[in-house]
Design a protein. Structure first.
Length: 250
């Protein structure tokens, strides 16, 4: 098991890609403190993992509140005694053309994506230094490609990539690795979008060289596992695309 004896924090860990990561990490031996605002999904996943013989604890916390970062770190330490892996996965956003983008839209995207990522990295730094840990942050091809209607989301995602590279450089000597994952996966939101706009969805899948949308559990979570585990111990400051080959970084 690749994460035997390790403790991980996963934000947005009760739904979509976060839920897949929580499942896969616990199967690989990690104890996971997963954070979400959905009580129903959180408790259901906690039961599911306990029934499967894994160890995960659900914490209902809204990561957009600044005080949440230290509360999340303290909850992980209180439950499991250490922190080896931090996965900053949750991120909410609104779409609109740039000319119609409001301050509120930027606040939502930076307030749920960029700032919680930074605050959790800062809050967990002492524990990650002690464990020689790994941080996995989430970005998006929306940012890398500048996807129309995604101004606030794209900006926050590129800000996450920027701060991840700074932390990778500053914290390498402390033994902390920081990498970024850009997924494309059939989460609940993406499936609803596929149903609502089948033609747009088909056009977008046609552009994926591997010709399908990824599965959160079998296509995305294993890449997060790779970045979290010692298998990637010589990698830091990198962005990995798990998007069926759509975007090739040089
Ligand atoms: N799904 C994709 O194809 C795709 C593409 C590019 C990037 N991403 C990125 O991957 C990550 C996961 O995406 P997803 O599709 O699984 O998202 P999702 O919306 O399906 O799930 C996000 C989870 O985060 C939780 N959450 C939302 N706001 C929260 C808050 N304030 N505090 C705590 N929890 C909160 C939600 O309840 C949900 O369980 C995100 O960073 C997203 O931007 C996803």
């Amino acid at each position: 098991m690749r994460l035997e004896g390790k403790v991980a924090i996963v934000t947005g860990g009760a739904g979509g890609i976060g839920r897949a990561i929580t499942r896969v990490f616990t199967r690989e031996g990690a104890k996971v403190l997963f954070v979400d605002i959905s009580d129903e999904n959180g408790h259901a996943l906690e039961r599911e993992i306990a029934d499967a013989g894994g160890t995960a604890k659900f914490l209902n916390a809204d990561i957009s509140k600044q005080e949440a970062a230290e509360a999340i770190r303290d909850a992980a330490v209180a439950a499991f005694g250490r922190i080896d892996v931090l996965v900053n996965n949750a991120h909410a956003s609104r779409q609109a053309p740039l000319l119609e983008h409001t301050q509120e839209m930027f606040d939502i995207s930076f307030g749920t994506g960029f700032y919680p990522t930074v605050h959790l990295m800062q809050a967990c730094y002492p524990q990650l230094k002690e464990s020689q840990g790994s941080i996995v942050n989430f970005a998006s091809s929306s940012g890398l490609e500048g996807m129309p209607t995604q101004a606030s989301y794209a900006a926050a995602k590129e800000a996450i990539r920027g701060v991840s590279r700074v932390a990778a450089n500053e914290w390498a000597a402390d033994g902390i690795r920081v990498n970024v994952l850009c997924p494309f996966a059939a989460t609940e939101g993406v499936v609803a979008w596929q149903k609502a706009f089948p033609e747009r969805a088909a056009a977008s899948i046609a552009k994926v060289p591997l010709q399908r949308i990824g599965d959160p559990e079998t296509d995305i979570a294993p890449v997060a596992l790779f970045l979290a585990s010692d298998d990637s111990k010589y990698m830091t400051g990198q962005t990995l695309m798990a998007d069926g080959g759509s975007l090739k970084l040089r």
